[in-house]
Ligand binder design. Sequence first.
Ligand code: NAD
Ligand code: ZN
Length: 377
Amino acid sequence: MRTHGTKPAPPFLIFAKIFTMQFRNFKMIGYVVYGRGAFNQLDTILAPNRKAEAPMIFLVDHFFEGHTLPGRIPLRGNDKVIFVNVTHEPKTTYVDSLARQLKDQFGTVSGIIGIGGGSTMDLAKAVALMMTNPGSSADYQGWDLVKYPGVYKAGIPTLSGTGAEVSRTTVLTGPTRKLGMNSDFTPFDQVVLDPELTANAPANQRFYTGMDCYIHCIESLEGTYLNEFSKSYGEKALELCRKVFVEKDTWNEDSDDQLMMASYAGGMSIAYSQVGVAHAVSYGLSYLLGTKHGIGNCIVMNHLEEYYPAGVKEFKYMVQKNGIDIPTGICANLSEEDFNKMIDVSLGMKPLWENALGKNWESIMTREKLRALYGKL
Ligand code: NAD
Ligand code: ZN
């Protein structure tokens, strides 16, 4: 805490500061169901949330087109399944066009149900909010800018690790930044955690998304924002990640169960703290090069010994044990202008840097230092 002049603050000011301390009062998700086969309860879960003629809209990851999962969706009346393209991470333009299409076709809807990885869950949250908020989703990228509650929304993950199922944000790439619609209206009303849905995901993808959770834990547990709430969830999530990626030699049903709970607990841990260096740097990559979140975090984590020595050592062990490729040299042909864009995006993530390096972070993470780090990737 900086004070003016050199004199220490008078005791009454310290006393006043302690008694006016504000703790984050955060909004949680509404309902959670967990278990193998929990997806089969979806019809019963949705029934009380249906409004007259208004349909439920199921945004389903395009990976599942032609698979059996869409046939298990409990469609009623004029419900609609839309296969969403998540080749690229969600953009504000995509969110706006989906919301506009639904308003034009139905006027209003009973709810938006996202079935897929983190990208699909973020799309579902954002489209649900844009059914009731005016303008573009780009207007709401930031903290507490969303004006009205959205329509009912449920998230059903098919990959584990991002924590998007529990978070109060939906990360979007907009015209000028990659930033979430962070608000109390953003968390899902319902999440359905069914580990059967994550079975058979490709090993590389499972690893990249799983490492998002591992990295959330390291950044939260090593961060300056840590409190016992974050620590309790972060330690549990880390223990589960280790069971999956360090202790076991082959993937089995338990791995899907454990990683799904790791993701949930990892998300709860950062709800009360923040992520850190890997995420702040990875956001720059993603903004400029479109590098996807999970793999981008891995590319950066590979070079963060200075900040997270034990975590990076274990990360490298997991990469090797699980036979995963982490790309290198992705910044090799970039111009100085490109580097500057990434640096601007990254340094804009102030809470992440403050959590990672403390209040003095600007004097530690200079533009030159960050330029050198990007140069290594
Ligand atoms: P993803 O949703 O981007 O999906 C990655 C790939 O896996 C896609 O090609 C998808 O089609 C495929 N896929 C999904 N489920 C599958 C399955 N069961 N089997 C086979 N393939 C499957 O990946 P992700 O890592 O889960 O999510 C990353 C996204 O999550 C990013 O957009 C990131 O910004 C976002 N994110 C959000 C939060 C939040 O709090 N809202 C937190 C972290 C990350
Ligand atoms: Zn993440």
